[in-house]
Design a protein around this ligand. Structure first.
Ligand code: ASP
Length: 564
């Protein structure tokens, strides 16, 4: 039972209720004072008549003061259909001021957001008073409740792992913590519970999960914060066969359960699956938004144009129209001298305008036939670098879709991305793990067959990792793990760690692996991101009670502060 329950309606007629809340609006009409009282779960009208003992005192109350009232529920003459308690009003008996506002509020709690982000963050507790925002956190709480219910029903144990951990090699950079008892030494805040959850499997827990905070010293973006929340889990298995299938099924059932219970939505299972290679070739991204199709196509392989040199040509077509000036803007944004950017519009099967070489114009019929369209526009790029072409087209695909409003906000398009390579190259051209160094290989014997010194052979190794994508966002990632300490050591060595570095950083994991380890794998889901998508919010900040700004600062408390 909620002690301060504003969910009052005709069923409560003639009852006496006790409430406290904020004055949303106070007004005097004739001799009567009307007060809209706002609590966390609604608004109720309070009435005070002229003969009330406190009448003069109440006239001095202001909007946003906190008061308590006790009174009787009556039917209202002028009903307000927009609020739950719009059929009733409360004739006040006792009325007391609990706390008066002494300052003008910088954010009005019942208005749409007009304040700047910094002001909202500085007075976040006022921002949080707005009923729309209250609702977000009610849903977030339900989300956690049903998450726990689901994993409990599936025999998972909720186990907490440390936040203060040892600094490790690789991955995103770590946030450092010092302690007065260990001068000259430092802890790192956990980037994820990864190693600990593997150790829990070695302990025999079989099914672990946790709603864990993770810390990464990365630039904050609309879908990233220094600290964020993961639903983290790990499972052990009887054999090595089809572990991926079991994890996919569990997560699909979890989403079905959460969407049904928290969001009252049905989804179709199973989720679509595409390989990493297919995603890149067709959507120019490993997290494609599948709410719209618009696949990338190869102009040479499909005989749409001919090139004299060995360059590659890839394009993308849209049926809805865009203005020339919008395309020009997109072209300007992707100005890269190594890429040739062309586009053209076709109306009723005939070239209408664009920027393409004369010699290609005679081929328009081929495009009509290939696309099976007669009104459309095509953007195509020519370059020698296939990956650059695909990535650029992937970005263009998203930009154009945004301008054309192709992504239906009510659609949920889940998709597993599978068959990731084990290694990748970072921006500085170093060989790095695509996911993390603990990911198992598709075929462990490959490590015997290839020349470990040849980077191109290493880049061909395939991993047992997977991502889950929703509407163009990566919402989860996981893998089957390496269990064998010799293989784990080999992977570290490929990543250019010396024996000394391996021992210093990972001896605790390798030692644990020498005491026998079961087959195991898991996944971590980004809860903030998932909620932002399901609640149709443009940034994860909207679903975090006290988020950091885009610069990573906490405007409310002033963190980070100067060193003492
Ligand atoms: N620990 C990984 C991450 O945070 C997820 C996993 O592999 O389970 O990305």
């Amino acid at each position: 039972m909620i002690e301060n329950n504003f969910k009052i309606n005709r069923l409560n007629l003639n009852e006496t209720v006790n409430l406290y809340g904020w004055i949303n609006k106070i007004r005097k009409m004739g001799d009567i004072i009307f007060l809209d009282l706002r609590g966390s779960n609604g608004i109720v009208q309070i009435v005070l008549e002229k003969n009330h003992l406190d009448y003069e005192k109440v006239l001095n109350f202001k909007n946003n003061d906190i008061i308590s009232i006790s009174g009787k529920v009556f039917e209202r003459k002028n009903k307000n259909k927009n609020i739950f308690s719009g059929d009733i009003e409360i004739i006040a008996n006792k009325i007391n001021l609990i706390s008066a506002v002494s300052n003008q509020l910088p954010i009005l709690p019942f208005e749409e957001i007009t304040a700047l982000e910094q002001v909202r963050m500085r007075y976040r507790y006022l921002d949080l008073r707005r009923p729309n925002i209250f609702n977000i956190f009610k849903i977030r709480s339900e989300f956690n409740k049903y998450t726990r219910r689901f994993f409990d029903e599936n025999n998972f144990l909720e186990i907490e792992t440390p936040y203060l951990t040892k600094r490790t090699y690789g991955g995103a950079s770590e946030l450092i913590v010092t302690s007065k008892n260990h001068l000259g030494k430092e802890y790192a805040l956990a980037q994820s519970p990864q190693i600990y959850k593997q150790l829990l499997m070695y302990s025999g827990f079989e099914r672990y999960y946790q709603i864990a905070r993770c810390f990464r010293d990365e630039d904050s973006r609309s879908d990233r914060q220094l600290e964020f929340t993961q639903l983290d889990l790990e499972m052990s298995f009887i054999n090595d066969k089809e572990i991926e299938e079991k994890i996919y099924l569990l997560i699909e059932l979890y989403f079905e359960f959460i969407l049904k219970n928290v969001f009252k939505k049905e989804i179709l299972l199973p989720f679509k699956r595409i390989t990493y290679k297919y995603a890149l070739e067709n959507y120019g991204s490993d997290k494609p938004d599948l709410r719209y199709e618009n696949k990338i196509f190869d102009l040479i392989k499909n005989n749409l144009i001919k090139l004299k040199d060995k360059k590659i040509a890839k394009g993308i077509a849209f049926e809805k129209n865009i203005s020339i000036s919008q395309i020009k803007k997109i072209k300007k944004d992707f100005k890269d001298n190594s890429i040739n950017f062309s586009y053209f519009f076709v109306k009723d099967g005939i070239y209408s305008e664009g920027e393409i070489k004369e010699e290609f114009k005679k081929d328009i019929n081929k495009f009509n036939n290939f696309l099976n369209l007669s009104n459309y526009f095509v953007i195509f790029l020519i370059s020698e670098d296939k990956n650059k072409l695909l990535n650029t087209l992937g970005e263009i695909r998203i930009k154009v879709a945004k301008k054309l409003n192709l992504a239906n906000k009510d659609k949920l398009k889940f998709c597993w991305i599978t068959d990731f390579p084990l290694f990748d190259k970072d921006k500085e051209n170093n060989l790095v793990s695509s996911h993390n160094p603990f990911v198992a290989l598709k075929d462990e014997s490959d490590l015997e067959k290839i020349n470990l010194k040849k980077e191109n052979e290493l880049l061909n190794l395939m991993s047992r990792s997977y991502d889950l994508v929703l509407n163009g966002y990566e919402i989860a990632g996981g893998s089957i793990r390496i269990r064998d300490k010799e293989i784990q050591r080999k992977i570290f060595k490929i990543l250019k760690l010396t024996n000394e570095e391996i021992d210093r950083n990972f001896d605790w994991l390798l030692t644990a692996q020498s005491f026998a380890t079961p087959y195991h794998g898991g996944i971590a889901l980004g809860i903030d991101r998932i909620l932002a998508i399901l609640l149709k919010k443009s940034s994860i900040k909207e679903v975090i009670a006290f988020p950091k700004t885009s610069q990573g600062t906490d405007e409310l408390s002033g963190a980070p502060s100067e060193k003492n």
